[in-house]
Write a protein that binds this ligand. Sequence first.
Ligand SMILES: Cc1cc2nc3c(=O)[nH]c(=O)nc-3n(C[C@H](O)[C@H](O)[C@H](O)COP(=O)(O)OP(=O)(O)OC[C@H]3O[C@@H](n4cnc5c(N)ncnc54)[C@H](O)[C@@H]3O)c2cc1C
Length: 475
Amino acid sequence: MLDGRIVGALRAIAGDDAVIARPSELKVYECDGYTLEKRIPEVVVLPRSTEEVARIVRLLHEEDIAFVPRGAGTGLSGGCLPVNAPVTIGTSRMNRIVEVDYVNQRAVVEAGVVNLRITNAVQQRGLCYAPDPSSQQACTIGGNVAENSGGPHTLKYGVTTNHVLGVELVLPNGEIVHLGGAVEDVPGYDLTGLVVGAEGTFGIVTQATLRLVRQPEAWKTLLGIFESVDDATATVSGIIAAGMIPAALEMMDQLIVEAVEAAFHFGFPTDAGAVLIVELDGLAAGLDQQVQRVVEICQTNRARTVRVAKDEVERAALWKSRKCAFGAVGRLAPNYCTQDGVVPRTKVPDILRRITEIGQRYHLRIGNVFHAGDGNIHPLLLFDERNPDEVRRVLAAGTEILEACVALGGSITGEHGIGMEKIAQMPLIFSPADLLVMSQLRQVFDPARRCNPGKILPTPGACVETMRPRRQAAV
Ligand SMILES: Cc1cc2nc3c(=O)[nH]c(=O)nc-3n(C[C@H](O)[C@H](O)[C@H](O)COP(=O)(O)OP(=O)(O)OC[C@H]3O[C@@H](n4cnc5c(N)ncnc54)[C@H](O)[C@@H]3O)c2cc1C
């Protein structure tokens, strides 16, 4: 138990209203989007500035207390779960866009800025922040940096690491450091690149310098309706093989289409095996020829229909359907667990067949909505957390899906990170020597392992209280 003296010291630094210690209020912070594991922090503190973060972290360093950085809590791998760490430091009040340099196409933002706010702030000047996770209406830049988040449009534009030029970081001893900067190439080791994707284990990112990109002159968004996932996947391969890199290639299978249609009434046929969203962008000249080529490839692969969004309203509705697909599955079951494996693009039909077979064997309904162009699958395993046997089957099926991804030459995460969810699967892709090197690297930033302990790397003795049936979070 954290002693009252520490809570008092936190109040003295951040103010009374920035320290949450009442159990009913702390419950909000008991999990992220991965709801299979829950743990309530002892105290949550919401600083307003880098200086406050540094003073809080210095205090915790002096008192040898572990802590967890938290953004919006939309993570899908239990990354901000307080595992053996009593204090959660949330960035929700650090939400200023500090500076926009339109000429050099850069923005400096605080860690708690919500992803979509950046594009909203700069789009009138023809710019945008390209990484667009489907959670972009809620997730923060700090969380995006920690998870190296992707999104539908990262097929063409790259993931977060390709758009972060520098970070301001409060190290676990409370020291403030600046890594990278506004220029393209900084001499020396790419320390910014190390911090991006470190899942909050190297310190707390307080600000980031982001690259802005010019919005394309034009775009065309197509919807292909297919009888089967195999036909839709063959279309994805066909488009890439034809030398085109669409801005996005997203797929939803029948179960997800049913849920999305019930929620948004876009007009998807609920008997279709799969729908494919293809977005092409770039110079207006030549775009229509590309559209024609994509339509032909869809037809070659037996598309039932192919339709081009006729205007911006229809395009926005289509993207809303896709980006809110996770939320729509609430109509199918009280809970879902998302897996985030990756396979080589050509292996998508194989992994989807494996997922169907695994679902049948475990008597689970599994829907698929995913970044088809990247081979990044998102099977949603539906369940009811009040049914312990179903929870057990979800955990076992999820593990088998990740094992199948690795067996097909892929990996255990495309964008949601390891968190505490996939720690046990790390040895599937890394040798003991690899894990040791990563552990030593972490040690450089956080020798005492007080910053987000129990994440990414197996830590002896770490565990969390869990949903029924009890499950050790980390070994
Ligand atoms: C409906 C839905 C759709 C999603 N779609 C996508 C998608 O398309 N692509 C994708 O990549 N992800 C997606 N996600 C996952 C999630 O939104 C991302 O991982 C996102 O980056 C998390 O941001 P957050 O602010 O919610 O971070 P949190 O969940 O609060 O934290 C995530 C991790 O980041 C760390 N962290 C947070 N802030 C900081 C900081 N300032 N400094 C250091 N570490 C920090 C935490 O400790 C934790 O380890 C989706 C989630 C949901 C619920």
